[in-house]
Design a protein around this ligand. Sequence first.
Ligand code: KIV
Length: 260
Amino acid sequence: MNKKIIKILKKKNVSKIVCLTAYSKNIAEILDKYCDIVLVGDSVANVLYAFKNTHKISLENIIQHTLSVKKGIKKSLLVVDMPKGTYNNKKIAKKNAKIILGKTKCDAIKIESNHKNFDIICELVRAKIPVMGHIGYTPQFKKKFKVEGGTKHQANKLLKEARLIEEAGAFSIVLECITPHASKLISEGIKIPTIGIGSSAYCDGQILVTDDMLGISGFYPKFVKKYAKLNRTIEKAVKKYTRDVKLSKFPSKINFLNGK
Ligand code: KIV
């Protein structure tokens, strides 16, 4: 098994797993110093391409972003989201996962659960492709953004789903927008690490969309903590540049290549 994955598995019940998303080298390089996992998420569709949902991102697109991210990664586990429609059955999933791994040399892929694609995870794992699962709010399959696991029945259903994903051979599972009670039940009920997004501190690790936590995506669900307001920082810089250009303060002498 991949050494980085073994390291992540060992963190369960020992120390929290730190994960963030990246779509390009410059951000990946910074994240790599701190994160256990860097995910090239299909959220790139909303965040960078301003699509209404994640559905339109193509295999080629995610591969291009991963090639860029890979250049900034030295130590973190690099996981790539399989875009919607690229893992509709075992054969297609295996073919496309192999293309992603082969072209990008990433470490693993992530697929969203639709409550029945456990056989696809099995097939990928059998082909030695490490898989991260994803349950709760799964944007590729669910139209409405809502918290899941609120009733005892729902919580048990999610636990069952997580167990089937674990049995299929996934090395971890993202829990998106799942109640604290249900995420505790799941995290304590399976042996592989859970990575939460909007799913409480009971999870074994946390992930956020980097652009959200930096304050530059324009989309801030309640579960996002803004660790910076980069939109303001960028605007200030652009305003200053505009003023300098208009007043002929930029470029100044020191900005000329030969200094003259
Ligand atoms: O695409 C994405 O960014 C995700 C989130 C869970 C982080 O899948």
